[in-house]
Design a protein around this ligand. Structure first.
Ligand SMILES: Cc1cc2nc3c(=O)[nH]c(=O)nc-3n(C[C@H](O)[C@H](O)[C@H](O)COP(=O)(O)OP(=O)(O)OC[C@H]3O[C@@H](n4cnc5c(N)ncnc54)[C@H](O)[C@@H]3O)c2cc1C
Ligand code: FES
Length: 272
């Protein structure tokens, strides 16, 4: 049982919990995630390790309440526990000095990209961040990302804060400046990552995307997180979650992520 020692609301339906998990905190690297199960009847869901403290023996998870399990998790209070927490899982992000890195976080994807951006900054990279959300009520980690960024841009779809529009509009503008960009990293909705790779591919800009397919075991055994990367099938839980964006078949991935929509709706309508 992993105990929740702190809980905060970051934005509408988005929460951060700090969980006591000393073994995971000791080993976790940026880009890795955990698979958790709240109770005996619960399903397994993956969440990125947004922060960790080896000293305190804790990890932080930031999640959006989108369905049954994330809503149940959001309903837990400080002092309550999560039955199973497995991790750290997935390959750590490759952290080295690239030069100028454009970091793009869409919605709760910002929680996925932030620890990687922080590590890249510490490795000596120039960080240009683009943070986007549907509206100001769904923005997270704005101050944290600003703090580690050499340049910072903010967009909301409805214009309620920052620039009205999409993160991809800012990216196009940055490319138009003709300043060297050595790497683009992004996490967010699949459609957003697909659009970003459609922009960067013709420019030959190396782009790393963090994928979020449906996962069950998180250890390469069940096959539910299978994706098409170039001419190969890969499992996101063990081969990823980060991949070269140019090679990802987003259409298959988007179709697969909707496979269980009817069942998800059904369980959500049942009592928590
Ligand atoms: C490696 C990885 C890291 C992730 N990190 C974060 C994070 O840091 N914060 C965050 O808010 N979300 C993250 N997600 C997505 C998160 O796992 C889903 O939002 C969650 O599983 C939804 O479960 P639910 O029961 O609340 O919703 P459901 O109603 O069951 O599903 C809502 C939607 O969530 C997705 N989903 C459902 N079950 C799973 C599953 N077992 N695995 C993956 N996706 C699923 C599907 O697209 C589905 O349509 C991550 C996903 C992956 C693969
Ligand atoms: S989650 Fe089962 S193989 Fe990846």
């Amino acid at each position: 049982m992993a105990r929740i020692i702190k809980k905060e609301v970051l934005a509408e339906g988005i929460k951060r919990i700090e969980v006591l998990a000393p073994d995971i905190a000791k080993k976790a690297m940026p880009g890795q995630f955990v698979v958790l199960r709240i109770d005996e009847k619960g399903e397994r869901i993956p969440l990125t390790i947004a922060e960790k403290s080896s000293e305190k023996g804790t990890i932080s998870l930031i999640f959006q309440e989108v369905g049954k399990t994330t809503k149940k998790l959001g309903a837990l209070g400080e002092g309550e526990g999560i039955l199973n927490l497995a991790g750290p899982l997935g390959k750590p992000s490759e952290i080295k000095r690239y030069g100028t890195v454009v970091v793009i976080g869409g919605g709760v994807g910002t929680a996925v990209v932030y620890p990687v951006a922080d590590a890249l900054k510490k490795a000596g990279n120039k960080i240009v961040s683009i943070l986007g959300a549907r509206s100001k009520n769904f923005l997270i980690l704005e101050e944290e990302l600003k703090e580690i960024s050499d340049e910072f841009f903010l967009t909301t779809d409805d214009g309620s804060l920052g620039e009205k529009g999409f993160v991809s509009d800012v990216l196009k503008r940055l490319i138009g400046r003709k300043e060297k960009i050595d790497l683009v990293i992004t996490a967010g909705p699949l459609v957003m990552m697909k659009v970003i790779t459609q922009i960067t591919k013709p420019e030959h800009l190396r782009t790393r995307v963090s994928l979020n397919p449906i996962m069950v075991d998180g250890t390469g055994m069940c096959g539910s997180c299978r994706v098409r990367i170039g001419n190969e099938s890969k499992f996101v839980c063990v081969d990823g979650p980060e991949f070269d964006g140019d090679e990802v078949d987003f259409d298959i991935l988007i179709a697969r992520s909707k496979l269980f929509s009817a069942q998800e709706q059904l369980v959500l309508n049942r009592k928590l």
